[in-house]
Ligand binder design. Structure first.
Ligand SMILES: [Zn+2]
Length: 161
């Protein structure tokens, strides 16, 4: 399949078609892809942003637009699963994923369960949230740290292609 990398400098309209086996799922894959084709891919951990630029000058502007990847050709199978990036998520998975997108730090499953399910007065909010978080990690939506806390992966999935 082909994807189109678009320079993140909003004033630049450079784009580059790149042939890939599958769309990049994570920010680091996208950044790596950009570097492979001679563009500049950067990951800003602080801002949770992956950006690609066509050249140093565009990178130095420090400007950023989310339009940095566009799918151009898709096989029918990938279209079915990728038409809405979150189609493979259950209601609980979606609510946790969206909740974590608003947090920049790793959050413990107890806090997630308590915040999302306040009405249920769960005896163990962590037991409710943990398995859902683990599924989201498997599906590539969340990161898990060594303490068992979770954070959303701010990658291409979030940018709505
Ligand atoms: Zn550019």
């Amino acid at each position: 399949m082909e994807i189109k990398l678009c320079c993140c400098n909003p004033k630049c309209d450079k784009a580059l078609l790149v042939e890939v086996n599958r769309p990049p799922q994570f920010g680091f894959e996208l950044a790596g892809l950009a570097n492979d084709v001679g563009w500049i891919g950067i990951i800003d951990m602080g801002k949770h942003i992956t950006a690609v630029y066509c050249c140093e000058a565009c990178l130095k502007t420090g400007k950023f637009t989310k339009n940095h990847i566009i799918m151009t050709k898709q096989t029918p199978e990938t279209q079915a699963t990728n038409s809405d990036g979150e189609n493979d998520l259950s209601m609980n998975e979606k609510s946790i994923y969206h909740y974590l997108q608003k947090n920049t730090e790793f959050v413990s499953p107890s806090v997630i369960g308590r915040d999302l399910m306040p009405d249920y007065n769960l005896s163990s909010p962590s037991a409710w949230a943990s398995p859902i978080c683990k599924r989201l990690v498997k599906k590539g939506y969340l990161l898990r740290n060594e303490r068992g806390h979770y954070k959303s992966i701010m990658g291409v999935k979030q940018l709505g292609y």
